[in-house]
Design a protein. Structure first.
Length: 175
């Protein structure tokens, strides 16, 4: 047994790449991942007002009797206040994206055209908003209180769709 030799194991191969190309590729991938992460965080942060507005629409839909029907004793007063709040919310969302001097003076037909022009994929929802922006600004709570619950819910859903799909203005673009 003395003439047996121990088994000699070869040195394990290195995991470090031997060429500079792999190092360059790794750096490029790392930079790309950092850029992608930064872009996604910026986009998420830029949409915070949109998420807040959508949560507000949900809260107002509950006041419209969206889930459980109208509350007892609430024959339009709460509905009218919720519809007025929806009209105000649309204006606040637009003011968050476009310059104040371009959005604040809009009313009636001009406001409706603005909503249509920037609706994006929700352009078919904008006609349902025409009565809201007209009634809320000019006729007030008395007319809104007379709205049927179905009309109020359809209008709230149109608001939700516009807020979710509106097209942001291009930098330095006018409304």
């Amino acid at each position: 047994m003395s003439d047996l030799a121990d088994i000699v194991m070869p040195v394990p191969p290195s995991w470090v790449p031997r060429t500079a190309g792999w190092l360059v590729l790794g750096v490029v991938i790392a930079i790309g991942l950092v850029w992608l992460g930064w872009h996604l965080v910026r986009r998420w942060h830029a949409n915070r007002h949109r998420r807040t507005a959508l949560a507000e629409v949900t809260r107002l839909q509950h006041r419209l009797g969206d889930k459980a029907g109208d509350k007892a004793g609430d024959e339009g007063g709460g509905r009218a206040a919720a519809l007025l709040a929806l009209a105000e919310l649309l204006k606040r969302v637009a003011l968050a994206e476009w310059p104040r001097d371009a959005v604040a003076p809009l009313s009636g037909a001009a406001w409706h055209r603005f909503l249509l022009r920037h609706a994006g994929a929700a352009a078919d929802a904008v006609p349902a908003l025409a009565a809201l922006v007209d009634d809320a600004e000019y006729r007030g709570e008395a007319v809104l209180a007379a709205w049927a619950p179905d009309q109020a819910r359809a209008t709230a859903e149109a608001c939700r769709r516009w807020i979710a799909a509106y097209q942001r203005p291009a930098p330095h673009a006018s409304p």
